[in-house]
Design a protein around this ligand. Structure first.
Ligand code: PHE
Length: 383
C-alpha cells in the first residue's frame, strides 16, 4: 500500500500493532498498546491529524484507509482482551480446584457449650422415660408466670422472684385480661422468672396424659458470684390419672443417678414449700466436703439440686383439669448449677463470658458421641 500520508504506511502500522498486541501478556500491557496507537498522542491519532494537509482527493482515500486501520486495531485489541480474560479465568480455576471427594477436614475449633451439653444430657435421660420437650416464650404474661401457678398478686413469692417487669401495654387488652375481668396485672408482661409457666401453657393446650421436659432461659434481677440475671432451668411435668408421690421419687432418683453417673447416689426428699405444688419437696444428693473439697456421692453430707412436688389441685383447676380425676408431679432445676457440679466449673459468671480459652477447656467436641448420660467419653477438658 502507498504511503498515503507521507508519514507512515497504515498497513505497516496495523502489522506493528498486531505484534505488540500479541506480546501483551496482561490487561495492563494491553492498555499500554492501545494508548500507543489509539491514545490522544498515539501513532494512528497523529496520522489522522496530518490528513488536513492533503488535497481533498488524497484526504478521502487516506482517511478511509486510516479508519479501516483503526477498526482493525480496535478489533485486535478486543480479541486480545477476551483472550487474556479467558486465560485469567482458566488460571484461577486450575489454582482453586477443589476435590469434593476428599474427606472433610475438621479444624476442631468449635466447641459445644457446657449449658447446651447439659441440656442435651437431661433431655436424653427424660426422653428415655417417655418425656417430650416443650417450650414457651421468654416474655411471659404475669398470668402464666404467677397467677395460674397459684401465686396471686399480693403473694410474697412475687418479691422473692426479683421479677423484670416490662412496661405496661397500652390500649390493648389481652385474652387473659378479658376472661379474668381485667385482674389487676394479669396481663402485665414479665421476663419469665422460671420455666413453670410452660406447665400452665401445656395443661391449657392439651389433656392428660402429659409428660413434658422444658429446658430454657429464665430471668431474675439478681447478679453476684452465684446469680446471673439470665440463667437456665429445666422443668418437668407429669399429669395422669393415678400419678403419685412414689412416681415423683422414683423418677427423680433415677434421673439424679443417671445424670451424675453414680448408680448408688444417695437422694433425699426434704419437705419444702412452693405455691404451685402440695406437698413440695426439695431434692438433695449425697456428697462429701471432706478437706474442703466437694465430691458427689456417698459421704454423709447433702447438696440441694432441685425443687419438686405434687401439682397443686388449684393449678390443675386453673388449667381446666379436674383434680378429682387427675394428679401430677412437677420439678424445676437450675441447669448452670448441675453443670457446675458435674463438670467442676467453679464460677457461674464464666458461662457467659464467651472466653474462647474457657470454652476450649470446658466445652465439648461436636462430633464426639456423648454417652447419653455421662457426657462425651473422650471430650474436651471438662472430665
Ligand atoms: N419453679 C420453681 C423455682 O423456680 C421450681 C419448681 C418447679 C418447684 C416445679 C416445684 C415444681 O424455684
Amino acid at each position: 500500500m502507498n504511503d498515503v500520508t507521507g508519514l507512515a504506511d497504515p498497513s505497516r502500522l496495523i502489522e506493528a500493532a498486531r505484534v505488540d498486541i500479541a506480546a501483551a501478556s496482561s490487561p495492563e500491557a494491553l492498555e499500554e498498546v492501545r494508548v500507543r496507537y489509539l491514545g490522544r498522542r498515539g501513532q494512528l491519532t497523529l496520522m489522522m491529524r496530518d490528513l488536513g494537509a492533503l488535497d481533498p482527493d488524497a484526504r478521502r482515500r487516506a482517511g478511509a484507509e486510516l479508519n479501516d486501520a483503526k477498526d482493525r486495531i480496535t478489533a485486535a485489541l478486543g480479541e486480545a482482551a477476551a483472550r487474556l480474560g479467558r486465560a485469567a479465568l482458566e488460571q484461577r480455576l486450575a489454582a482453586e480446584r477443589a476435590d469434593v471427594t476428599l474427606p472433610v477436614q475438621f479444624t476442631s475449633e468449635g466447641r459445644i457449650h457446657p449449658i447446651s451439653q447439659t441440656i442435651d444430657e437431661i433431655v436424653a435421660i427424660f426422653g428415655e422415660m417417655g418425656f417430650v420437650v416443650a417450650e414457651g416464650p421468654h416474655i411471659e404474661e404475669d398470668f402464666y408466670n404467677f397467677t395460674a401457678l397459684n401465686i396471686p398478686p399480693e403473694h410474697p413469692a412475687r418479691q422473692e422472684h426479683d421479677t423484670f417487669y416490662l412496661p405496661p401495654r397500652r390500649g390493648r387488652q389481652s385474652n387473659r385480661e378479658a376472661t379474668l375481668g381485667a385482674a389487676d396485672d394479669g396481663s402485665r408482661l414479665v421476663l419469665r422468672t422460671h420455666t413453670s409457666p410452660v406447665q400452665i401453657r401445656t395443661m391449657l393446650a392439651q389433656q392428660p396424659p402429659i409428660r413434658i421436659i422444658v429446658p430454657g432461659r429464665t430471668f431474675r434481677a439478681d447478679h453476684d458470684a452465684t446469680h446471673s440475671p439470665m440463667f437456665h432451668q429445666v422443668e418437668g411435668l407429669v399429669v395422669d390419672r393415678s400419678t403419685h408421690m412414689g412416681h415423683l421419687k422414683g423418677c427423680l432418683i433415677e434421673f439424679c443417678r443417671a445424670f451424675f453417673g453414680i448408680d448408688d447416689l444417695p437422694v433425699r426428699f426434704r419437705p419444702s414449700y412452693f405455691p404451685f405444688t402440695e406437698p413440695s419437696a426439695e431434692v438433695d444428693i449425697g456428697c462429701s466436703r471432706a478437706g474442703g473439697r466437694l465430691e458427689i456421692g456417698a459421704g454423709g453430707d447433702w447438696l440441694e439440686i432441685l425443687g419438686s412436688g405434687m401439682v397443686h389441685p388449684k393449678v390443675l383447676h386453673n388449667c381446666g383439669i379436674d383434680p378429682a380425676q387427675y394428679q401430677g408431679f412437677a420439678f424445676g432445676m437450675g441447669i448452670e448449677r448441675v453443670a457446675m457440679l458435674k463438670y467442676g466449673i467453679p464460677d457461674l459468671r464464666t458461662f457467659y463470658d464467651s472466653d474462647f480459652r474457657w470454652l476450649r477447656h470446658y466445652g465439648f467436641l461436636p462430633l464426639d458421641v456423648p454417652s447419653l448420660v455421662q457426657g462425651p467419653l473422650n471430650g474436651a477438658g471438662a472430665a
